[in-house]
Design a protein around this ligand. Structure first.
Ligand SMILES: [Zn+2]
Length: 206
């Protein structure tokens, strides 16, 4: 018997439907910017794929089979560092460094502010209710988060070196556990994904 446990890049490999949904969203924004609002509306609706919703739920939901915690006996909890969300300046710096992809699983991400702009223009195609079940599957899955790699409860700092851009599933699945407890590789040991995906930010430049 070996104690070796293979480390993972992320809780669950992304499914192809997530990248399909991102292509629909990207095409929807392009259609919107050309004034083709009906096409945009159809594409936004098409991106809300139940398979994408199920992927997110399988990671951040209760009793996820993908989030397995192995408590480390010698972890020292720290309560000295107050929990703080990154400032908007820090968030802008993080996007400059990481782009618009999750540093763990690599999927495209979209800032909540961008989602809210689109929700206002296309309220029927982009629904965002209070419950997980009533939120647009693609915007939920790709909801940009700012994750403390070392959690506050373990002494993690609020500086940029300890922060990475993640998707919703990777961030909420991680909770307050350490990478060691979750069997995850430190995402900072891999470069950010480079791509043409702009997080749909161009809708904000009208
Ligand atoms: Zn992720």
């Amino acid at each position: 018997m070996s104690n070796f446990v293979s480390l993972k890049r992320c809780f669950r490999e992304p499914i192809p439907e997530i990248f399909d949904a991102a292509r629909y969203l990207d095409a929807a924004v392009s259609a919107h910017l050309r004034g083709h609002n009906n096409v945009a509306m159809e594409l936004f609706a098409l991106a809300s794929d139940p398979k994408v919703w199920a992927w997110t739920d399988s990671v951040w939901g209760k009793n996820s089979p993908y989030v397995i915690v192995k408590k480390q006996p010698n972890n020292v909890l720290s309560e000295k560092i107050p929990s703080r969300m990154p400032t908007s300046a820090q968030k802008a710096e993080l996007h400059k460094r990481d782009g618009f992809h999750c540093r763990f699983c690599g999927i495209p991400v979209i800032r909540a502010d961008i989602r809210k702009i689109i929700q206002k223009i296309y309220p029927t195609a982009v629904q965002w209710g209070r419950t997980n079940a009533s939120q647009h599957a693609a915007f939920q899955c790709m909801w940009a988060q700012y994750d403390h790699v070392v959690p506050h409860s373990h002494g993690g700092a609020n500086d940029l070196e300890n922060l990475v851009i993640t998707c919703a599933a990777c961030n909420f699945g991680k909770m307050e556990y350490t990478l060691e407890e979750l069997g995850l590789i430190d995402p900072r040991t891999f470069p950010p994904v480079k791509s043409t995906w702009d997080g749909l930010e161009r809708i904000n430049c009208l």
